[in-house]
Ligand binder design. Structure first.
Ligand SMILES: *Cc1c(COP(=O)(O)O)cnc(C)c1O
Length: 401
């Protein structure tokens, strides 16, 4: 005898159901928070706090493809904050940049000019070619730090020569690898670009750090650009989300492309609220983050490693060759600590959940390794200021405060 429809439904329901929480979830999460406080790999790993989530559950519950009040309020705030007409909440910084480019680029042939280290050039899976069919012109800054108008003029493509793909967008990044782009140079590039009907886009995933470090308002930082992408999920510590800002007309177009890209989201109120919480509570923590990064850099200089990129904001790039060790040895030693540290290669990122103890422990690992190498006969060499292979430059420039 075949089973009743009720029995079948119950059977399916038993297959469908799923408890995602582990037996030890609360303890696991506490462990994760401790791990995050000792992880130097990125600031994307910062975790939402209980207070952030408690704030988030109070947000509105509309559908953002139609009308989601909390999300609309956040967009209005972001537009005002950046001095632009409109804003659009985005799932990620990558989508925000790609939709910005897609919205600026209308009629091929065209190209996008950027720093060769730009996120759009290196870390967006070739998205500019894929989504916009655009050629990218990546430039090595001649001063080793940031693009100048002189660099731009050397590589910009203007005119109707059929061999060429005219520059339609100049894309700058601030911070770029944690370094601050001088605003006066941005203004020079922007004035030139706008005189040639070239749009300016800023990848401002970490623009917050520039405002916090230099005391320049976000409006002033964004002013030279037609569009800006800002991330909530990096230094500000929100779980998800970025924002694209620009003119009414531009954002209307971007919203269309967001739907086309599959980024039209639904009940985003809670994640918009996490972003609002991050703006309110975490932006003000950035100066302390930069101070910790400064302490890290100072300690590393004293130990004698080569500083490839100093701590202008939240990152330090280094090369340990002068003390006779490599990144793997350091990472292994750091893993073996009673409370391990997580490290990548040359880049160390300090974030709002990094503890001072983690910095001290890292410096002790370096100091111990240096001492052991000396005891084993390694001869210390002065950092030599040569460009290394990782795509980052030695500090041939002076730290701005
Ligand atoms: C992280 C990052 C992005 C992309 O953000 P996702 O949310 O990870 O897609 C874009 N630009 C810069 C400079 C970034 O650091």
């Amino acid at each position: 005898m075949s089973s009743s429809i009720e029995e079948k439904r119950a059977q399916i329901a038993s297959l469908v159901k799923f408890d995602i929480l582990t037996e030890s979830q609360t303890a696991d999460n506490e462990r994760s928070i401790r791990d995050v406080s000792r992880t130097f790999i990125s600031d994307t790993i910062t975790v939402p706090t209980r207070e952030m989530y408690e704030y988030a559950v109070q947000a509105s519950i509309g559908d953002a493809v139609y009308h989601e009040p909390s999300t609309i309020a956040l967009e209005a705030h972001m537009a005002k904050l950046t001095g632009k007409e409109a804003a659009l909440f985005m799932p990620s910084g990558t989508m925000s940049n790609q939709i910005a480019l897609r919205s600026h680029l209308t009629q091929p042939p065209y190209s996008v000019l950027c720093d060769y280290r730009a996120h759009i050039n290196k870390y967006e899976a070739g998205g500019t070619a894929f989504h916009s069919g655009a050629h990218t012109v990546p430039i090595i800054p001649s001063n080793g730090h940031h693009l100048t108008l002189k660099d731009v003029k050397e590589f910009v493509v203007i005119g109707d020569d059929v061999h060429l793909a005219p520059t339609r967008v100049i894309e700058l990044e601030n911070t770029l690898n944690g370094s601050i782009f001088p605003q006066d140079e941005i203004i020079r590039i922007s004035e030139f670009a706008h005189g040639k009907e070239i749009n300016m886009h800023l990848d401002g995933a970490r623009i917050w750090h520039v405002a916090a470090e230099t005391g320049t308002s976000l409006e002033e930082l964004c002013e030279p650009f037609d569009s800006v992408s800002l991330c909530f999920s990096k230094g500000l510590g929100a779980p998800i989300g970025s924002c694209l800002v620009g003119s009414h007309e531009f954002i209307k177009r971007a919203k269309w492309f967001r739907k086309l890209f599959g980024g039209g989201m639904r009940q985003t109120g809670a994640i918009a609220a996490c972003a609002a919480y991050a703006l309110t509570h975490n932006f003000s923590k950035l100066p302390a983050v930069h101070a910790l990064a400064g302490k890290l850099e100072k300690g590393m200089r004293e130990i004698g490693v080569d500083i490839l990129g100093p701590a202008e904001t939240c990152m330090v790039f280094y090369d340990p060759t002068p003390i006779g060790v490599d990144y793997n040895e350091i990472a292994q030693r750091a893993e073996q600590l009673p409370e391990p540290l997580k490290l990548g290669g040359s880049r160390l990122v300090v974030h709002i959940q990094t503890t001072e103890l983690a910095i001290d422990d890292f410096l002790r690992v370096l100091r111990d390794l240096a001492k052991e190498k000396r005891a084993a006969g390694f001869i210390y060499h002065e950092p030599n200021g040569v460009v290394n292979g990782s795509g980052h430059y030695k500090d041939i420039y002076i730290r701005r405060k």
